[in-house]
Design a protein around this ligand. Structure first.
Ligand SMILES: Nc1ncnc2c1ncn2[C@@H]1O[C@H](COP(=O)(O)OP(=O)(O)OP(=O)(O)O)[C@@H](O)[C@H]1O
Ligand SMILES: [Mg+2]
Length: 251
């Protein structure tokens, strides 16, 4: 299970993010980037963050720690910005927190060199989860002390927006031509050889077990939260074995 914390202070909205994430303090005195259940695509974005963040971490990729943050909408009262206040009011209860990487800079491909091995691991992982949000326009990569960190996995696993067509969507190729790391000669074959065997049923069960129950409740077509957890695991398990052959747009 993810660590369960409570937000104690809303510090500031992070204006760069389309979904208007916010910086908050929690009752462990830590600072977190909070992603709200009341934002745009709602709880599915947060489920995607938990599944992809948990999977990436277990595969040895650098991602911020994830926690749940309980939000009392009363915290919205001190917020002067109307849009942010409304978002906080709509998001009472369980939200997602991501460890804030202080001193991190946005990834700049002209200022930072990525090895073909590391680029290969990131591109292979993004192909696995079908991440369409790591382009050179919006890399969703941070750099701190010379290390690359992956953030923002909200726009992944497109199949979870349409479970009845999930299999067909999950069979599709991944176009990596716009990927932020495409220019770094990503060694996808080595990454696949190293990482694919690690994406097992057990690993995926562990990852999907971390999805907070409240974000899975009442999904049409599913009898239980556990059935939905299995539905999240299945396309990833199938895809892990084959996806390296379906990555298009890189040399
Ligand atoms: N864990 C973190 N540590 C430090 N900064 C972060 C962290 N997470 C996000 N940020 C900063 O906040 C910005 C917005 O975050 P993120 O990309 O996750 O939000 P989003 O609303 O999903 O964005 P997008 O507009 O890409 O859909 C990032 O570009 C980054 O600058
Ligand atoms: Mg982003």
């Amino acid at each position: 299970m993810l660590k369960e914390l409570t937000a104690t202070r809303f510090v500031t909205p992070l204006r760069e993010g389309g979904s208007l994430p916010g910086l908050v303090e929690a009752d462990d005195r830590g600072t977190y980037v909070m992603k709200f259940t009341g934002a745009g695509q709602g709880r599915k974005t947060l489920v995607a963050e938990v599944v992809c963040g948990g999977l990436a971490r277990r595969l040895g990729l650098r991602v911020p720690d994830l926690v749940t943050l309980d939000l009392d909408p009363v915290l919205s009262l001190g917020e002067p910005d109307q849009e942010v206040q409304e978002l906080l009011k709509r998001s009472g209860g369980t939200n997602l927190g991501m460890g804030f990487l202080s001193r991190a800079l946005g990834f700049d491909p002209l200022a930072f060199e990525v090895s073909p091995e590391e680029a290969g691991r990131v591109v292979w992982f993004d192909a696995l989860v079908n991440n369409v949000d790591r382009s050179w326009r919006n890399p969703n990569l941070l750099v701190r002390d010379g290390d690359l960190w992956l953030i923002d996995h909200g726009a992944t696993m497109i199949w979870h927006h349409n479970w009845s067509g999930a299999r067909a969507l999950a069979d599709r190729a991944y176009d990596a031509s716009d990927h932020a790391l495409a220019p770094f000669a990503p060694d996808v074959a080595s990454a696949a050889a190293e990482l694919a065997p690690r994406v097992t049923e057990d690993l995926l069960a562990e990852v999907t077990a971390e999805i907070p129950e409240v974000w899975l409740a009442d999904e049409p077509g599913f009898e239980s939260a556990d059935a939905l957890r299995r539905a999240y695991a299945e396309p990833l398990l199938t895809r892990a074995a084959v996806v390296h052959d379906r990555i298009e747009g890189i040399k």
